[in-house]
Design a protein around this ligand. Sequence first.
Ligand SMILES: Cc1cc2nc3c(=O)[nH]c(=O)nc-3n(C[C@H](O)[C@H](O)[C@H](O)COP(=O)(O)OP(=O)(O)OC[C@H]3O[C@@H](n4cnc5c(N)ncnc54)[C@H](O)[C@@H]3O)c2cc1C
Length: 575
Amino acid sequence: MQYHDVVVVGGGLAGLRAALEVNMHNLRVAILSKVYPIRSHSVAAQGGINAPLGNHPRGAHDSWERHAFDTVKGSDYLADQDAAVRMAKDAAERIIEMEHWGCPFSRTPNGKIAQRPFGGAGFPRTCFAADKTGHMLIHTLFEQIVKYEQAAERGELKIYNEWLVTSLVIEGGVCRGVIALELATGKLEAFKADAVLFATGGCGRLYTNSTNAMINTGMGMAVPFWAGIPLKDMEFIQFHPTTLYGSNILMTEGCRGEGGYLTNKRNERFLANYPDSRKGMEVAPRDIVSRNITTEILEGRAFENAYVNLDLRHLGEERIAARLPAIREICRKFLGIDPVHEPIPVQPGQHYTMGGIDVNSDGASPAKGFYAAGEASCVSVHGANRLGGNSLLETIVFGKIAGEHMSNYVFGKTDLGAGDKTLEDALAQEEKKLKALMNSDGGENPSNLKEEMQRMMTDKVGIFRTKESLSDAQRKIRELRDRYKKVRLRYTGGPYNYDLASTIELKGSIDVAETVIVGALAREESRGSQFRRDFPARNDEKFLQHTLAYFTPEGPRLDYKDVTLGYWEPKERKY
Ligand SMILES: Cc1cc2nc3c(=O)[nH]c(=O)nc-3n(C[C@H](O)[C@H](O)[C@H](O)COP(=O)(O)OP(=O)(O)OC[C@H]3O[C@@H](n4cnc5c(N)ncnc54)[C@H](O)[C@@H]3O)c2cc1C
């Protein structure tokens, strides 16, 4: 068994920021990550990170109040307002901290951090590093982690690279640690800790058409769910309006923030034809733009009935090279086109998980000593629809806050021997399950199940939903859950057995997908990213509430809890 004061699962921005904070409090922290930290999905973030710095010529009157209000309005009033306020208040300090640690942000002519307009924001408040913001942020933070790791005399900061956490151990409402699989050897190990934080990212790969990395399977949400921690607001899945036709690689909102146009096959800037995007046009919020593009596709005004154009040509080569170099590179490499001379074919695709592990604005879950941060968590600051640039911010703001809170919780704890027996039992149980999976002689191929799940989620639990489509999805996911019991591995070796790892993760994906479907079916209203054709209006009387999904072997049990208001009264969301 390994011992640390705190275990952080996930080496993305949220996990690294939390671990750094714990180490600054002089506690022993371990980071367990199934991929090397800088290969986490955070590295792919393109467009930017929000903070009301007021550095743009049109941003002088920006403030944390305006940032928080835009966030709450964007969330279709489902965000907890105290959490949105906390994030907006801390935003500037976290950005300046990253700047001081060396993050190479793009600059204004007078040397300040540059900011660009993003969807649903009243001011241009998105700070960026060209279109490689995530890359720059995670490398900056990783440098700090390496510095602390090297300064640690007795392993106070240790990184376990390529370990897949498969189980969370909670005893009588108190977190004791985790069980993890070492991918290099195929062996399981117990990790004891007084506090555990999950920063395991989103679950985009429940869907076929997704901008997310293949590693975003949702397993990190499934593990606490299985241990009794509820998942919150899982029905709210963000679809990004502009993903590359065919591969669904993201074409950042920065393209539209810099002035890019969306046009249909009649060469119209069609967003002007919809009341909800007439004013904001290309920088209207993501849920609205995604729905309006999909309507163009469904009503026959898209190219090949599948995509619209994102036109950057009028921006000119110099601006594209300075502000959107990765977009140009991706278009050249993946489609053989140059956006300086040709428009980019785009369609909406799954992009972000607004829901996640139920935590409060300290990052604390209902179980003592168990925390979550980043996209895996639901604080909730994004409610029913996240504004672009707010999730990178969430990772570093709430990563730090959770790290601080955990440290205070752990500091001075005296029950040193507690939990050992429970962890040993949990390890033995996990070993038994692993052996059974390795020896299974069932007839189901796990990759077929995965493909069927992803296709079904895209077709039935997408941008437009109905009772019928969601009921079909529920039937299908239950069938997949049953068929999973008969999966058979093709490879049964120990070291780097990705057949094994992905099959373990598939179980998590199926259970998490079911929470999305069941939550969406029960929420008979349209709010933010959830659009029910059979219930097109928002219903505050019944559904101004968070959905909580609890694990049961028969499928998720739902409950609800109130949204924290107190700053702004909910009203119709108009742009
Ligand atoms: C293409 C793209 C572009 C984006 N651009 C922007 C943007 O410009 N601005 C913005 O605000 N947001 C953006 N987002 C969203 C944002 O990037 C993410 O929400 C954020 O980076 C998530 O960070 P994280 O630390 O929560 O998780 P991640 O960076 O996804 O890290 C998750 C970590 O958990 C580990 N892990 C997962 N499961 C396990 C397990 N079971 N055991 C061990 N380790 C595990 C992984 O190895 C990884 O290290 C973008 C998203 C996408 C898909």
